[in-house]
Design a binder for this molecule. Structure first.
Ligand code: 5RP
Length: 216
């Protein structure tokens, strides 16, 4: 049995045929979908709305992770939960009251995750780790697809993996940014068990099926 999951990030998908791109990725064997929400403030880009999550939800039964790269994640939890998100991931850097936000995500019925940027120490989530379903270690600075994987983020994965094992926590360790057939192995060897891939699935020029096969 493989020890990792693959999430397809629709940021690099062709929006003109989003439903078809979701179906193709599911048929190719991805385990879940990843939808980026960007507010032009916490990160420089804009996108995606709950309406996009609704389209993905209507198209697949696979879990959908919504990554809230926004200044106030708490204000959007209900709208993305009712659009069909399975899991909401907020940024530790963007939240002064992370514990309260984790509680509000739980109240929506969604699973909960916290993301940290490359410059952020995992110490910021020490106190809440046992409350989480997933930790997202950004392996690029967030906001854009197609960036280069930052190997200096790997020691954070190792450190978190050790604690998760030691305390027998059920939390997944997710990596996002620059994940492809070359960088995935390093991330997995350092402790990641959920790989988010956007351009390595939707923008290789080889087609979705072959790209997912390469990742596996
Ligand atoms: O959060 C993100 C960028 O901030 C993304 O999920 C993005 O889609 C990753 O893209 P790629 O796999 O092309 O690096």
């Amino acid at each position: 049995m493989k020890s990792f999951q693959i999430a397809a990030s629709i940021l690099s998908a062709d929006m003109a045929s989003l439903a078809d791109q979701v179906r193709q990725a599911e048929a190719a064997g991805v385990d879940r979908f990843h939808v980026d929400v960007m507010d032009g403030h916490f990160v420089a880009s804009l996108g995606f709305s709950p309406e996009v999550v609704r389209v993905v939800r209507r198209t697949t039964q696979l879990p959908i992770d919504v990554h809230l790269m926004v200044t106030d994640g708490n204000q959007f939890t209900k709208s993305f939960a009712s659009a069909g998100a399975s899991r909401l991931i907020v940024h530790a850097e963007a939240d002064w009251h992370l514990h309260r936000t984790i509680d509000s995500v739980r109240l929506t019925g969604c699973d909960v995750g916290v993301a940290i940027n490359p410059a952020t120490s995992p110490m910021v989530i020490d106190e809440v780790l046992p409350l989480l379903d997933v930790v997202l270690i950004m392996t690029v600075n967030p906001g854009f697809g197609g960036q280069k994987f930052l190997p200096e983020t790997l020691p954070k994965l190792e450190r978190l993996r050790q604690r998760i094992e030691r305390e027998e926590l059920s939390c997944q360790l997710m990596v996002d940014g620059g994940i492809n057939a070359n960088t995935a192995a390093n991330a997995i060897n350092s402790g990641a068990n959920l790989l988010v891939a956007g351009s390595a699935i939707y923008a290789t020029g080889k087609g979705i099926a072959e790209s997912v096969r390469d990742l596996h």
